[in-house]
Design a protein around this ligand. Structure first.
Ligand code: AMP
Ligand code: MG
Length: 466
């Protein structure tokens, strides 16, 4: 029998030293109205069904102890103190399966970390986060999830004028970031750092021993896995600051993210990323750069002697690249239906990518076409076909592997924009249809050209902090 849905909130994070959080209440809003509620996710969490007042922050659910978390971060390589400026954590929900998830309101009003911000969010960006995070989940990529979006009946004021205000409920394994460690390190508080490391281990890496080096290795491994999944699916996060890298290994902070259409490692969507720091092809080295900041923060934990600590860190950091490269090659083999390993596979893969780059080929559709036999045969195709004959697996096995490695549907930028524009005008139908398509990404037999075509070509721009 499934237990009655109920709030079962715990607060293990608040057992950490006080420097990591501040108690703060959400600011009630004028007129909470549910826009979208994730019933399937609510069931997994064992939560009662929709109640707009709760998900707007007007009514606290039973057992809530709202806090804003403190953290620092390297934003575009510049170090700053940050914290939840527009997010409030209600607590950690214990699911019927005994799992623990942070329930956080995004856009609930100001906190002590808001600086000059209003602590609020606009409907468009919150729905964007809902769409993309649910697509990522359906694609099998670790991610925070979206439980609800409510409108507030209030306007938020941004560059483009007054926009409908909204609150998103975000569900995460935790919100501990690289920046959380940087916050403790900046305070030169080794005891706080140690407590945070142990909390992180117990929560996300219970299988490893209480040892900071082992913890760092496990974090690096999980980031390598995550980055591989992003790269294999054409995901561009857009703002990989260290405060936006979760130590759980989940994708977090959906701001200016988008999926790449034509294959190009230089793909950037974020309007403020002028130098391409967070371009598609730059994401793995940036992840390693972020891990280097984590290692720096963890130095006092690695060894009592600073020189030895630095030596340990210098050995740990570059291992990310090896981990990523190994996983990426394995993942690309799967995309091409390869079960066995040959030395020339790397060249076969690279030649396809080079050819895609030269011809502006759509990333998702090229692999989808190879999967379903709609790829226009060329010299590369003949090489690949030859390679397939040199493994014992049947064509059917190849096809099955490719069908679960190459999605048919990703959230196409033009469809996302269309759904958001309609929702802003009060029409939720396009949003619902889009969600229905992208939460079944592997269904190659559905013929929905409007959802699988890339739409208009160059110049798509996204914005963060809105
Ligand atoms: P992000 O770009 O979403 O990772 O946010 C970077 C930092 O800015 C975080 O500390 C956020 O909490 C803060 N922030 C973003 N938007 C707002 C806002 N409207 N009001 C207050 N703080 C904000
Ligand atoms: Mg952030």
């Amino acid at each position: 029998m499934t237990p009655t849905p109920a709030w079962r909130l715990e607060h293990t994070y608040t057992r950490l030293p006080g420097l990591f959080f501040t108690e703060v209440e959400p600011t009630p809003v004028e007129k909470p109205q549910m826009v979208i509620f994730n019933k399937a996710l609510a069931a997994v969490l064992g939560l009662p069904q929709e109640d707009a007042a709760v998900y707007a922050g007007n009514t606290l659910p039973p057992g809530a102890r709202p806090i804003a978390q403190a953290y620092a971060g390297h934003q575009y390589a510049n170090f700053t103190g940050l914290g939840d400026g527009r997010a409030i954590l209600l607590g950690e929900q214990i699911t019927p399966d005994g799992e623990r998830f942070d329930i956080q309101l995004k856009g609930p009003g100001p906190t002590p970390y808001s600086r000059r911000g209003d602590g609020r969010a606009a409907l468009g960006p919150m729905l964007r986060e809902y769409i993309i995070s649910e697509a990522m989940h359906a694609l099998g990529i670790p991610t925070t999830r979206s439980l609800a979006v409510v409108t507030t009946g209030e306007k938020v004021w941004r560059q483009d004028g007054g926009l409908p205000g909204a609150v998103l409920t975000r569900v995460a394994a935790s919100h501990i970031r690289v920046g959380t460690f940087e916050w403790a390190a900046a305070h030169r508080d080794v005891e706080a750092l140690r407590a945070l490391a142990e909390h992180t281990r117990q929560r996300h890496y219970p299988e490893i021993e209480n040892n900071p080096v082992a913890l760092f290795e496990a974090i690096s491994e999980r980031q390598a896995k995550l980055l591989t999944q992003w790269m294999l699916i054409g995901f561009v996060h857009g703002v990989m600051n260290t405060d936006n890298m979760a130590l759980s290994g989940e994708t977090i902070d959906y701001g200016p993210c988008a999926f790449m259409d034509a294959y190009d490692p230089a793909t950037v969507f974020s309007s403020i990323d002028r130098h391409g720091r967070y371009a598609y092809g730059n994401q793995p080295p940036i992840a390693q750069w972020n891990l280097a900041r984590l290692a720096e923060a963890m130095l006092p934990l690695f060894h009592d002697d600073e020189k030895q600590s630095v030596e340990i860190a210098n050995e740990l950091i570059p291992k990310f690249e090896e981990r990523f490269k190994k996983r990426w090659l394995a993942g690309m083999r799967a995309k091409l239906g390869l079960f066995t390993e040959e030395a020339e596979d790397a060249a076969l893969i690279q030649d396809l990518l080079d050819q895609m780059k030269d011809s502006d080929a759509d990333f998702t559709n090229t692999f989808a076409n190879l999967t379903t036999g709609r790829y226009e045969p060329d010299a590369w195709y003949e090489r690949w076909q030859n390679r397939l004959t040199r493994q014992p697996q049947s064509r059917d096995e190849v096809s099955q592997l490719m069908r679960r490695s190459n999605p048919a549907f990703i959230p196409r930028n033009h469809k996302v924009e269309e759904a958001l524009a309609a929702a802003n005008g009060g029409d939720l139908k396009p949003l619902q249809t889009l969600l229905e398509v992208i939460t079944r990404p592997w269904e190659h037999d559905r013929d929905l050209p409007d959802y699988s075509q890339p739409g208009s070509k160059a110049g798509y721009k996204t914005f963060c902090g809105t």
